[in-house]
Write a protein that binds this ligand. Structure first.
Ligand code: NAP
Length: 265
C-alpha cells in the first residue's frame, strides 16, 4: 500500500471513539504518526497520550465539526501549516440516523449527508491529489454492509454508504495507475456507540456483531492487498453477495423489520 508505515503521517477522522480510535491504535503500533480529528477534544487528548506513552507516537489533535465546510477547510489549512504530509487517510467519521419520514429531523439528515458524503469526498480529493503527485499513498473510506441494499428507516444512511462504496471503487481504478490505493471498508454491526448515536438503542445487544479490533484488522489487510473494497466478517460477506441475487422489492421490504421504530404504547 503505502511505502512503509514507520514515521509517516496518517490522518484519522472520527478518532475519538470506536473504529477510528482502533485504527489510530493499530497505526501507532506500526510506527505511524497521527493527526486525530473529531469534535470531542478530551477523548482525542486521552488517546494521544495513550499512544505517545505506548509507542512514542507524535499525535496532532484537530478539533473539527466535519459537517461544516468552513471548519473542514480550516483543518486542511492547519495540517498544511504544521508541514505534515498525509500518507494515509482513514476517512472514518460517520453517523447513522434511524427515523420515520413523518418525524424526521431534516437538519440532522442533512448533517449526516454533509459528514458521510461531503466531508469524506472533499478530504479524499484533497489528499489524493497530493498522493498522486508523489506517486504513493493510500485512502481507506469506511462504508458499511448497508451499502449493498436500501435500508428502510435508515434510507439516507444506507444510500450514503452506497455512495462511499461506489466512489471508492472508482477512485481505486483511477489512482492505482499512479501508485496510490483506495479501499472501501464495509463493516457489519460493530460494538461501538454507533447504534446509540443513531437512535437504535440496544439493537446491537440482540444482533451478531464484531469488535472494532476485528473490523480494523480486516481493513488493514485489504489496504495492504490493495483491494478496492472489503466486507468485514464472512457472514456479512455472504449476505452482501446474497442480496445481489434476490429480488429488489423483497430485499427492501425485508429491511423494514430491522429498524422500524417501536410504536408508543
Ligand atoms: N458500528 C457499526 O455497527 C458500523 C457498521 C458499519 C459502518 N460503520 C461506520 O463506521 C464509522 C465509525 O463509526 P463507529 O462505529 O466507530 O461509531 P462511533 O463510535 O459513534 O464513532 C463515530 C466517530 O465519528 C465522529 N464524528 C461524528 N460526527 C462528527 C462530526 N460532525 N465531525 C467530526 N467527527 C464526527 C465521532 O467523534 P465526535 O463525536 O467526537 O465528533 C466518532 O469519533 C462510521 O462511518 C460508521 O458509519 C459502523
Amino acid at each position: 500500500m503505502i511505502s512503509g508505515y514507520a514515521d509517516q503521517w496518517a490522518l484519522v477522522t472520527g478518532a475519538s471513539s470506536g473504529i477510528g480510535a482502533e485504527f489510530a491504535r493499530r497505526l501507532a503500533s506500526r510506527g505511524m504518526h497521527l493527526v486525530l480529528v473529531a469534535r470531542r477534544k478530551e477523548l482525542l487528548e486521552k488517546l494521544a497520550e495513550e499512544l505517545h506513552t505506548a509507542h512514542g507516537t507524535k499525535c496532532e489533535i484537530i478539533v473539527c465539526d466535519l459537517t461544516d465546510p468552513v471548519q473542514r477547510a480550516a483543518m486542511v489549512a492547519e495540517i498544511a501549516k504544521r508541514n505534515i504530509t498525509i500518507e494515509l487517510l482513514i476517512n472514518n467519521a460517520g453517523l447513522g440516523y434511524v427515523c420515520e419520514i413523518e418525524t424526521t429531523d431534516i437538519k440532522r439528515i442533512m448533517e449526516m449527508v454533509q459528514l458521510n458524503i461531503g466531508a469524506l469526498t472533499e478530504l479524499a480529493y484533497v489528499y489524493l491529489q497530493g498522493m498522486m503527485l508523489r506517486g504513493h499513498g493510500a485512502v481507506l473510506n469506511v462504508s458499511s454492509v448497508a451499502a449493498f441494499q436500501p435500508v428502510a428507516y435508515m434510507g439516507v444512511y444506507a444510500a450514503s454508504k452506497a455512495f462511499v462504496l461506489h466512489f471508492s471503487e472508482a477512485m481505486w481504478a483511477e489512482a492505482r495507475e499512479k501508485g496510490v490505493t483506495v479501499t472501501a471498508l464495509c463493516p457489519g454491526p460493530t460494538q461501538t456507540d454507533f447504534f446509540d448515536v443513531a437512535g437504535a438503542k440496544g439493537w446491537l445487544a440482540k444482533k451478531r456483531s464484531q469488535t472494532p479490533e476485528e473490523v480494523v484488522r480486516c481493513g488493514m489487510r485489504a489496504l495492504e492487498k490493495k483491494r478496492q473494497y472489503t466486507v468485514s466478517g464472512w457472514i456479512n460477506y455472504i449476505l452482501a453477495l446474497a442480496v445481489r441475487l434476490a429480488n429488489r422489492r423483497t430485499v427492501v421490504r425485508e429491511s423494514m423489520k430491522y429498524f422500524r421504530p417501536a410504536k408508543p404504547k
